[in-house]
Design a protein around this ligand. Structure first.
Ligand SMILES: Cc1ncc(COP(=O)(O)O)c(C=O)c1O
Length: 426
């Protein structure tokens, strides 16, 4: 039971302090006790605690935040739609893209391309885009037309002796083959996380994103960058697409948008997509989609203040500097007997634990040793997340050098103690 938070720390009911090494769920960028966000919420609660965006109504906080998002995101992304969660946002993307293609008179162009181990949420459409078995099994998902391509993680999905460049080339060939097999006229969009986070922290191989972007342009397929975790500086660049050098047609943001102090997500998209929808509603009927809480005034007021803080304190620069320090520190554990791979970018890192370093053989069953390490982390006062046997870190973007060194040191103790426990328990 977690009862309070301060800076990068949270405290349980007994008063024990933990470094929140995952910022909650990859989210609380400005830390757990930012008074300016409390004040922004309080002020907005007093002025206008709720209003909606239906029937030609609007309110100032959502417009100001939309303007800020257009200013911060790469050129060409200049329309905004708000939801309250990343899952709702991705469901909305699916509906926008389908509506757009119906409006453009190409009703067969509806399929999505996604990746195995990608995470895009949990609702019916976003859960279908997600590529994780437990999110599909027994839920009758995928329930929308989606094809999951090979996970772009060289360590696990590269073939023996396949270089990273060859792996990228194989993935791009696979994507093009699927597009050609299905027919580009049936494929609406490609969706991906710039760095796959929730599925186990997997940065893309070199050249992957520019290659995917080129394929999308060639075959008139919309490119959707799911920046729910990577957005607003996590990787040490403004956005994941900037970090990896591609320009999406649609970007999905959440979490870091309000540092998760309020539930909010924003889809930022091109005028081309907007116009295809808006220009045609008079002809084919209204875009009948929206939520009671879309653009909620308190959530958007908090979001705007949060983005101001990220800019004023140069938290993106800090994430780049502290991220490099964290990655360097953690890479020292690459030689540890339990560690198969240390990976990540900026302030997101993953350490994959394996039974055999040389052959990359995973533990059987996967997840048991990861859970042991996760539990040991609590004893050491470091909350991380075990995705199977990968230990994921994504600390608040306000971390200092001392904080980073402490996280790295605690992670070292977690690895040693887990190895000792494994040896003891056979
Ligand atoms: C990349 C990505 N997209 C979408 C989601 C879904 O967001 P939510 O949990 O707010 O529905 C997540 C959640 O972790 C995510 O990491």
């Amino acid at each position: 039971m977690i009862s309070r938070g301060e800076g990068i720390h949270v405290y349980d009911e007994a008063g024990k302090q933990y470094i929140e090494g995952l910022s909650g769920l990859w989210s609380v960028g400005v830390g757990f006790s930012e008074p300016r966000l409390v004040e922004a919420a309080h002020k907005q609660m007093q002025a206008l605690p709720y209003y909606h965006s239906f029937a030609h109504k609007a309110h100032e906080p959502s417009i100001r935040l939309a303007e800020k998002l257009v200013e911060m995101t790469p050129e060409g992304l200049d329309r905004v739609f708000f939801t309250s969660s990343g899952s709702e946002a991705n469901d909305t993307v699916v509906k926008m893209v389908w509506f757009m293609n119906n409006a453009l008179g190409r009703p067969e162009k509806k399929k999505f391309l996604a990746r195995t181990k990608g995470y895009h949420g949990i609702t019916v459409a976003s859960g279908s885009l997600t590529g994780l078995p437990y999110n599909h099994m027994h839920f009758d998902l995928p329930a929308i037309p989606v094809m999951h391509l090979t996970c772009p993680h060289h360590y696990r999905f590269g073939q023996e002796d396949e270089s990273e460049a060859d792996f990228t080339a194989r993935l791009l060939k696979e994507a093009e083959e699927v597009i050609e097999r299905e027919g580009p006229e049936t494929i609406a969009a490609f969706i991906g996380e710039p760095l796959m986070a929730a599925g186990g922290v997997m940065p893309p191989p070199e050249g992957y994103w520019p290659g995917i972007e080129a394929l999308c342009r060639k075959h008139d397929i919309l490119l959707v960058s799911d920046e729910v975790i990577c957005g607003f500086g996590r990787l040490g660049s403004s956005f994941g697409c900037v970090h990896y050098g591609f320009t999406p047609d649609i970007m999905v943001t959440s979490k870091q948008l309000t540092s998760s102090y309020m539930p909010l997500a924003a889809i930022v998209f091109s005028k081309k997509v907007y116009d295809a929808i808006a220009d045609n509603t008079a002809r084919i009927g209204t875009f009948g989609h929206g939520f009671t809480a879309s653009g909620h005034p308190v959530a958007t007021a908090v979001g705007l203040e949060n983005l101001h803080i990220i800019e004023e304190r140069d938290l993106i620069g800090n994430a780049a500097r502290m991220g490099a320090r964290m990655q360097d520190g953690l890479r020292a554990y690459a030689d540890h007997p339990l560690v198969g791979e240390v990976r990540g970018a900026g302030l997101i890192a993953g350490l994959e634990l394996v039974a055999d370093k040389a052959t990359k053989r995973p533990f059987d069953p996967v997840g048991r040793v990861g859970l042991m390490a996760f539990e040991t982390g609590h004893e050491e006062g470091l909350i991380c997340r075990n995705v199977g046997d990968t230990l994921a870190l994504c600390p608040p973007m306000i971390v200092t050098e001392t904080d980073v060194d402490e996280i790295v040191a605690r992670m070292g103790r977690i690895l040693d103690r887990t190895a000792e426990r494994l040896a003891r328990e056979g």
